[in-house]
Design a binder for this molecule. Structure first.
Ligand SMILES: C[S@@+](CC[C@H](N)C(=O)[O-])C[C@H]1O[C@@H](n2cnc3c(N)ncnc32)[C@H](O)[C@@H]1O
Length: 220
């Protein structure tokens, strides 16, 4: 990728999503995935006692998870940096609330959300930037708020163009072990609530979901 060597990795990844948005959304919107994903959204909702909780859907793509959040009693706000993904989201969920935003720099007020759903998005930032992202997650979550985080198990990071899908379209991937993810979240005051591996036959290998609760700082 000679011409993109100095390009910001997020910018390059988003350029790819702008190009593949429709194809990506068509592939991921299959019933066999949706049922499974909704069980994980239900689990997130089960940890949040607030009526009609506000949930941030980070890297929302076509907004199918925002629809599930709304259907399961929440009120979703979807953010994505890709304009093409937001066109898909507004077409699929015209009543949804979607905004173009970089997860590294959220423009919401402190303690705005009761919960946060991040499926397949934080692995697109570098390991150096992921701390900035989790700090932002902590800032926008209320004390006691819950985050559901999907990531890819493994080690290392880098720009990858998968020859089998979206050939010639590089995206940045950072891989984590469960312990590594747990430690990063713990360093920002999050406690692990649960962890599940996605069924490999449906989602391929290495897909993990972890649920974390943001600490409630003691009253001075
Ligand atoms: C693998 S897709 C996952 C989409 C959807 N959440 C799902 O589970 O199918 C990653 C999404 O994250 C978005 N994304 C990547 N980097 C981002 C960033 N820095 N800020 C906001 N969105 C980003 C991409 O545009 C894309 O829609």
């Amino acid at each position: 990728m000679k011409d993109s060597i100095n390009m910001d990795t997020v910018q390059q990844t988003i350029q790819t999503y702008d190009k593949i948005a429709h194809d990506y959304c068509t592939k991921t919107r299959q019933a066999k995935f949706l049922d499974w994903e909704e069980t994980y959204i239900k689990k997130l909702m089960s940890y949040i006692p607030t009526p009609r909780p506000l949930i941030l859907d980070v890297g929302c793509a076509d907004g199918r998870h925002s629809i599930m959040i709304d259907r399961n009693g929440g009120k979703a706000t979807g953010i994505d940096l890709s304009k093409s993904m937001l066109i898909e989201a507004r077409a699929l969920h015209p009543k949804g609330n979607f905004r173009q935003m970089d997860m590294r720099e959220l423009t919401f007020n402190d303690h705005f959300f009761d919960g946060l759903w991040s499926s397949g998005s934080i692995y697109h930032v570098t390991k150096a930037d992921v701390k900035k992202v989790i700090k932002e997650f902590r800032r926008v979550l209320k004390p006691g708020g819950v985050a559901a985080i999907n990531f890819k198990l493994g080690q290392g990071e880098g720009m990858q163009a998968n020859p089998k899908s979206y050939s010639g379209s590089p995206r940045y991937f950072a891989y984590y072990t469960e312990d590594e993810m747990k430690d990063i979240f713990a360093s920002f005051g999050f406690e692990e609530l649960n962890s599940c591996t996605y069924p490999e036959e449906m989602f391929g290998e290495n897909n993990q979901m972890m649920w974390f609760r943001r600490e409630v700082p003691p009253v001075p």
